[in-house]
Design a protein around this ligand. Structure first.
Ligand SMILES: C[S@@+](CC[C@H](N)C(=O)[O-])C[C@H]1O[C@@H](n2cnc3c(N)ncnc32)[C@H](O)[C@@H]1O
Length: 358
C-alpha cells in the first residue's frame, strides 16, 4: 500500500542509509522468539521511565484520542508538485526537474498523456528485488540542486534509495510544527529524532525554536548541515548530533533534559553509528516512553510518523496515549498524503499520530 523505501547498494559511506531503507526480513509485527531478559516486559514502557517523569498539573488526565483519522494533505508548493499519478507510478516535479518513481498504490489511470510522462528527466526503475532499482537519466540532471520550502532551502538529489533526499509529504507536518512553535512561548526547545536531511529541524529553527537534531548517519547529518547553510541558518541554535536515537534519548532522560516539542520519523529497520540495531516493532515503545519523559511541563507536542503499513495511525495513537497518560491533551492521528496538482486525488504515504497539549 505504501511506497517502499528501498535498499540501495551498500557503499561503505551509505551503509547507514542502506540499512535504514532495508526492510526487516522478519514479517511486520513479528517479535523475536525470546524477549531480551534484561528488560521487565511486564511493566508498560512509560513505567520504566516513570521516576524521571514530573507529575503534571493534569495528573491522571488521559489524553483524548480523536475519533476520526485526519488526512494531512500536501498539495505541493512552488518547488514541488505531484504532476500526475497512475499505473503504479508518480510523475513529480522537484524544482525544474521532473522524475517518475514507482508508487504501487496509484492503481488508477494517469490523467496526463503519455508524452508528459515521457518528457521526464529521470526515471527510477525498480528491479526484481522489492526495494532495489536504479535511476535512468533522460537529460542532464545535476548531482544536486537547490529547492525551497517556505524559509528553508535544501539540496535535492537522486539518491540510491529512490527518493530525492526530501520527503515532500512531510511538508504538512512542517507547516503544523511551524505554526505550533510560532504560537508558543519564545524559548521553544525541539528534539528531532531520525532527522535525516534536516527539513523538520530547519523549519522549526526558522520558526524560532532551538533544535536538537539527531541522526545515526554522518552523511545525513552532513547533508542537513549543508541545508542549514543554504537556508542561512548556520548560526541558528541547532545542535547536530550523530548518534543512535535510543542512546541519545536515554542519556537525555538521565540528565533530566526537557523539550517543548519532539518529532520522530523512525524507520522500520536501521542502525546506530556503531552498529546498534533499530527495529521499529521491538524498539518503538521504549523510545517513545523516553520521549514522553523528556517533555517539559508546558510542552506543546510529540509527533510520531511511520512508514510501516502494519503500524497504522490508530496504532501509533494508542501508543502515544499510553505513554502520555496523566498528561491530558489530545492525540490526533491519520496519514500524510501527497495530492496531485489537479487536487483531484492523492496517495497516502505514511501514518502519523501526535499528542498536543491543547
Ligand atoms: C527516512 S529518514 C527520516 C526522514 C525525515 N524525517 C524527513 O522528513 O526528511 C530516517 C533516518 O533515520 C536514521 N536512522 C536509522 N537508524 C537510526 C538510529 N538507530 N538512530 C538514529 N537515526 C537512525 C537514518 O540515518 C535516516 O536518516
Amino acid at each position: 500500500m505504501f511506497a517502499a523505501r528501498r535498499a540501495g547498494a551498500a557503499t561503505p559511506e551509505e551503509k547507514n542509509k542502506t540499512l535504514f531503507f532495508t526492510m526487516s526480513m522478519r514479517p511486520a509485527g513479528a517479535r523475536p522468539a525470546q524477549l531480551p531478559a534484561s528488560r521487565d516486559w511486564t511493566r508498560p514502557p512509560r513505567e520504566r521511565y516513570a521516576p524521571k517523569m514530573k507529575p503534571s498539573a493534569t495528573a491522571n488526565a488521559a489524553p483524548i484520542i480523536a475519533d476520526r483519522p485526519e488526512v494531512m494533505r500536501t498539495s505541493g508548493w512552488d518547488d514541488y508538485a505531484l504532476l500526475d499519478s497512475g499505473h503504479g507510478r508518480k510523475l513529480e516535479r522537484y524544482g525544474a526537474w521532473t522524475v517518475v518513481r514507482p508508487e504501487g498504490q496509484c492503481l488508477w489511470t494517469p490523467g496526463r498523456p503519455a508524452e508528459a510522462w515521457n518528457a521526464a528527466d529521470a526515471i527510477f526503475e525498480p528491479a526484481d528485488e522489492e526495494d532495489a532499482g536504479r535511476w535512468t537519466l533522460l537529460s542532464s540532471v545535476p548531482a544536486l540542486w537547490p529547492m525551497t520550502w517556505a524559509d528553508v532551502t535544501f539540496n535535492a538529489r537522486l539518491t540510491a534509495f529512490r527518493h530525492l533526499a526530501v520527503f515532500p509529504e512531510h511538508a504538512a507536518n512542517w507547516e503544523w510544527i511551524t505554526a505550533r512553535i510560532r504560537a508558543a512561548k519564545p524559548e521553544f526547545r525541539m528534539l528531532n529524532l531520525f532527522g535525516y536531511t534536516g527539513l523538520a529541524s530547519l523549519a522549526a529553527a526558522a520558526a524560532g525554536a532551538s533544535v536538537t537534531h539527531v541522526d545515526a548517519s554522518k552523511k545525513a547529518v552532513g547533508w542537513a548541515r549543508e541545508n542549514a547553510a543554504l537556508s542561512g541558518l548556520e548560526g541558528a541554535p541547532i545542535r547536530w548530533i550523530c548518534e543512535d536515537a535510543r542512546k541519545y534519548v536515554a542519556r537525555e532522560v538521565r540528565r533530566g533534559a526537557r523539550y517543548e516539542g519532539i518529532v520522530l520519523d523512525p524507520p522500520k529497520y536501521g542502525r546506530g553509528p556503531t552498529g546498534e540495531v533499530w527495529r521499529l516493532y521491538d524498539d518503538l515503545p521504549d523510545l517513545i516512553a523516553g520521549c514522553a519523559a523528556l517533555l517539559s511541563e508546558d510542552a506543546g507536542f510529540l509527533l510520531l510518523n511511520g512508514y510501516s503499513e502494519r503500524m497504522t495511525g490508530l496504532a501509533l495513537a494508542g501508543l502515544l496515549a499510553d505513554v502520555m497518560a496523566g498528561r491530558g491533551g489530545r492525540v490526533d492521528w491519520g496519514e500524510l498524503a501527497l495530492m496531485e496538482e489537479s487536487g483531484r486525488r492523492g496517495a497516502g504515504l505514511s501514518f502519523f499520530a501526535r499528542w498536543s497539549a491543547t
